[in-house]
Design a protein around this ligand. Structure first.
Ligand SMILES: N[C@@H](CCC(=O)N[C@@H](CS)C(=O)NCC(=O)O)C(=O)O
Length: 352
């Protein structure tokens, strides 16, 4: 009997076993006509996984659920175990990175991404998003350090640790980890792009593109409008709210298969809200006789202090023109193509 994997074709958790199968040369069939939220709620499916979650692998010896367990099973199916290391310490390290990437990377990406994709209510308490981001940065920092001196996570070739970790990074890179975020972790970047471009990954994932913007949460959650005008029973609004907050992964599958994704917007949305009306400030700035040099080199004029309502969000530093690095930084911020040399900047403006 062939191995049959129950999941939608874009289920990222199922990718773990599917990529592993490519490496070890095991055939896995995707369950035909699988329909998320329908097929996985049937009594037959619930016998395989009582939670009704995917993926589930049907094997000649019975079903297996939990994507990491399925991937381990597939990786061990062939005797000459290229994915599973060759010593007890290799096995331990492979398990270590599988657990690490599931608990520290996948979990934090989900906590950050799913509310922004509307899979769980938004806004989350801001500290929760911050905690997810800082937990993720901490994990990526550790991974980055390891990868600074290692091509692969364990040993000198791809193991299941690389497959699971790369798939756990995949959703992040694809949906929320924009370049300015990942560039802090150059070894993770190098590793991720190398892995997803390996033929065995490419066959399953196709071409991977990095997110260009952090998804904007669904319009700061407008209160949901009941579809019908019929007056509702007392407990129905609650039901509506519950329905809206579909379980995160459940909706992710559906979304990936059926609906266009919410359009990601500007990464600046991550900043705290500002009372400052940028256009007004720019107008004021352009119309005044005061020029950039005065702002940047001399002192911050009083009108800027008066007009810039959210001063506390900015760090104002007097440029030290004897410092080449600072000069270069200012040069990059202004429209003038000339290098920063004080006087030539009299007419230049910032805010490209
Ligand atoms: N830890 C599980 C997560 C499984 C999971 O949450 N699957 C989602 C789809 S990605 C699902 O089936 N959701 C349906 C539900 O929650 O009822 C695994 O790695 O397999």
């Amino acid at each position: 009997m062939a191995l049959v994997l129950y999941a939608s074709k874009t289920n990222k958790n199922a990718y773990k076993a599917r990529v592993a199968a490519e490496y070890v040369g095991v055939q896995i069939e995707m369950a035909p006509n699988f329909q998320m939220h329908v097929s996985n709620k049937t009594p037959e499916f619930l016998k395989m996984n009582p939670l009704g979650k995917v993926p589930v692998l049907e094997t000649p010896d019975g079903p297996v659920f939990e994507s990491n367990a399925i991937a381990r099973y597939v990786a061990r199916l062939k005797g000459d175990n290229i994915l599973y290391g060759s010593s007890p310490i290799d096995y331990a390290h492979i398990e270590q990175w599988i657990d690490f990437s599931s608990m520290e990377i996948d979990a934090n990406i989900s906590r950050w991404l799913y509310p922004r994709m509307g899979y769980v209510p938004y806004p989350p308490l801001p500290p929760l998003e911050e905690a997810a981001i800082s937990g993720l940065k901490r994990a990526l920092g550790a991974l980055n350090t390891h990868l600074a001196t290692n091509t692969y996570l364990v040993g000198h070739s791809v193991t299941l640790a690389d497959i699971v970790t790369t798939i756990n990074l995949y959703l992040g890179f694809k949906e929320i980890l924009i370049k300015s975020f990942t560039s802090e972790f150059p070894h993770v970047e190098r590793y991720f792009w190398t892995m997803v471009n390996q033929p065995n990954f490419r066959k399953i994932l196709g071409e991977v593109k990095q997110a260009e913007a952090v998804p904007t949460p669904p319009s700061a959650k407008k209160p949901s409008q009941p579809k019908e005008s019929k007056p509702k029973a007392k407990d129905e609004p609650k039901k509506e709210a519950k329905k809206e907050t579909k379980k995160e992964t459940e909706k992710l599958d559906e979304e990936e298969e059926e609906a266009p994704k919410p359009k990601p917007k500007n990464p600046l949305d991550l900043l705290p809200p500002s009372k400052m009306i940028l256009d007004e400030w720019k107008r004021l700035y352009s119309n005044t006789k005061t020029n950039f040099r005065e702002v940047a080199i001399k002192e911050i004029p009083k009108f800027v202090l008066d007009e810039c309502y959210d001063m506390e969000l900015y760090e104002w530093t007097k440029v030290d023109i004897s410092d080449e690095n600072q000069k270069e930084r200012v040069s990059q911020m202004i429209e003038d193509a000339e290098p920063f040399e004080g006087e030539p900047l009299l007419d230049a403006k910032c805010f490209k």
